[in-house]
Each structure stands twice: as structure tokens, then as C-alpha cells.
Design a protein around this ligand. Sequence first.
Ligand code: 6PG
Length: 477
Amino acid sequence: MSKAHFGLIGLGVMGENLVLNAERNGFSSVVFNRTYSKTQDFLQGRGAGKSIEGAKELQDFVGKLERPRRILMMVKAGPATDAVIEQISPFLEEGDLLIDGGNSEFRDTERRVKDLESKSFGYIGMGVSGGSKGALEGPSMMPGGTKSSYEAIENLVCKMAAQVNDGPCVAYIGPGGSGHFVKTVHNGIEYAIEQILSEAYDLMKRVGGMNGKEIADVMAFWNNTEELSSYLVEITEICLRAKDSQDGIEIVEKIMDKAGQKGTGLWTVVSALELGASVPTIYASLNARVMSSMKNQRITAESIISRSTIKPFHLGNQKDGMAPLMDAVVLATIASYAQGMELMRIASKEFNYNLNMPSIAQIWKGGCIIRSELLQRIQDAYSLNKELPNLLIDPWFVEQIERRISGLEKIVAGAVQSGIPVPCLSSTLDYINSYRTSRLPQNLVQAMRDCFGSHTYERIDKVGTFHTNWLEIGEKK
Ligand code: 6PG
């Protein structure tokens, strides 16, 4: 019997869909799941009549694969991934390749690449984005590891990936944990855009008094513009239109206002802080989820601290897509991508990942959760200037800022006066304002640090490191 081209471990929804995708693209497959009954159910259900067989034991699973073996693991990130690696390793042979398609922490992947390669196996940490539908129809994939390992899966992943105008949404990302790092940043941007659209919804609902259908119509309008056409805007419209079949009430209005997270947004922010990358819009979205989770405290606080009353302000007209609100949403979305790209640029230098920025923008154009038309502009900007320090200074983006900043200012000012939190919109305004200010007040921070802790400071009028005996020369009234 001929051996299968591809192996999959972990028959969750993503795993099932990815193996169906591989099979559809001509790769006969073998599947393994910790609970064998799940494997049987799959083979009798969605996997029936396809070139997919199952295995009850890992040894048998490995034996059914052609060499070098290509095995995709779709298991929970963390200890579960380590456990699978440990269990399967005794059956692997030189050159066999394990691919981790979960949302693993990039440092875990870094360690696993080293471990597995020291045993002459290949290891790829591959970010996979697109949810269950994307996994089946064509996801965006971000594989990182040793280049030769990638070459062994190139044909497979290029066929499985979403396809856009200039090719498949997959490319070699770089060494070590770079694939998972890029996926982590993708998720940070995903958190930010989700929060930005939620803030816009909140303003339209509470200030504009609009219902779900009206807000959905605005999303539809936005999705028809170059600046906002994207998967997340598209699904926001869909979510807002959905009604409970029992009573006709919009389902969104019945959902508890607490958002959890699985970790990638947190890792993005932690990495940014560690690397010295400024990602305030992304951070604001993470913090908004944390704050949302404190539901009981918020209920109590609302009865203790009186809230500002909502003072109506102009969000725009529905027929022109709520122009100032759209300005705010566009700039916050741009800032989210800019911060994510900047974080990757800094990480690339720090970890020697040698990330190819236009290529990353290209593979995000299709299949993934943050796919959008803007990514073409981002790809163009980095293709034009590989060393671009920040997207905000690319001419197309400068023009966007100039055209839309007053809209963002008006929306943030109005929200502030009405006591409506808009963490992503307001931090975007601060981000842009800080970035376009050549002299910030950190001279005073430096003076204070030097005053109490002799931390020293640099000067703008002479070169060197300086310390002042502030308590002696400074005067106190
Ligand atoms: C994707 C998504 C996905 C992620 C979920 C949940 O690209 O397909 O990023 O990988 O796991 O979106 O993320 P949170 O539960 O942390 O919001």
C-alpha cells in the first residue's frame, strides 16, 4: 500500500479542516487524535470517501507516512504540544518534519526548533490564520524555522493557502520562532481592529441612537471603501444584523460584555514592551478586554461614581458613511498595522529574523482574520522602502493622516465630553501626536530621574552624559 503524503495530529475543527484542505489539494493523509473515537467519527463523517486514513497508535500513524514525513500538529499550545512531541519523537527518523500549526508562544517554538534539530528532525512553527472557514478553504500561513525544513513543505502549504492577485498567502518567514512571532503580532492587530470597530459601534449606538441595522449599514458602506474594506468590517456587519429567532432582538445586544483572550494579544504587548516598540493602540485593545472582564466591579462603580451625561455630537451622516467617525476608524486601523509592522521590524533586528516586510503584508492579504485592502498599500510602502521606520511616514499614509486627523480629534473630544471610553481611538490620537512631535516633555522626566536617583541625562546643547546636583541648585518657593 502506498504511503500517505501528509499527517495530521489533532482533530479539532481547525485540524479537520486543514486535513480536508490538504486532501482536496492532492495530498493523501493520515490522521491521529488522542481519543480514537474522534478519529473514527471523522473518517465516517466529513473524511469519508476521501484519501484520508486513520491510525489508533502514534507508531502506526508514523508508519503510514512517506518519508521525509510531514506531520502537522494542531493541538493546544503549551504543555500539550510538548507532550505530543515527546510521544511521537521515538518513532521519527532523520529528516522527518513536525509542523506546529497552533498559536504557540514564539520562545517555545525557538526552543523546540533547537531541540528537534539536534535530533536531526525538522521543526516548523507555523502561524495559521483564518478561523475554521479559512482552514478549509485557504488560510494565511506563516511558517518559520530552518529554510530547508520549509522547502520540504513548500509545495504542500502553497497549495493549501489562500490565493491572492500576487500568489499564495504563505511564504517562508524566517528562522526559529519567527513564524509564531509574526502570527502573534497578527493577533495583536486583530485585537486592536476588533476593539476599534466595537468603539465605533458604541458611539453610533449611544451617541447617534442608531440601531443594529443602521450600524450594520454603515459597516457595509465602510466595507466598500479602499481604506476599510476588510474581513473584520465584513463580519461586524454580519454580527450586527443577526437577530434572535425567538424574539427578533439583535443577538449582539444579548451578549455579555466581557471579552477573554487566549494569550496572543498579551504576548504581543509583552514583546513590544520588552523590545521597546511603541504599540499603544494594540495595548489599549488588550486593556479594554481586561477592563471588560471586571464586570462586577464596573456594575458597583457605576452606582458609586456618577457618569458624565451624553452630550450629542456630530458623528457624521449615514449616507456619507459617518465621515468623521470613519476618519477615526481609518486612522486607528492604520495605527494598529503601523504599530504591528514596527514591532516586527524591531524584533527582526533583535532576533536576526531578517523579516521580509512586503512579503508579510502580502501573505496577510488573503485568508487571515486581518485581511484588508489596506494591506496592498502596506505592501507597496515597504516594497518601495524596505527600511521604512514607520508606515505613518509613507506618503500615502501621510495623506490619510492629513485628511482624517480632524475627524479623529472631533470624535475623541466628543467621546471624552460624553464620558464614553474610546481607548483605541484616543490612544491612536496620542500616538500620532507624539510621533509627529519632535520635542516631547521627557526632558523633565530625565531631570526628575537625575534629581532623585542620579540617573544622568543627555543635553541638546552639548555632547556627553550629565548630572546636576538639583537639590543644591534648584530653588523651591
Ligand atoms: C486567527 C485567529 C485565531 C485566534 C482567535 C482567538 O488568526 O485565525 O487569530 O488564531 O486563536 O482569534 O484569539 P483570542 O481568543 O485570543 O481573541
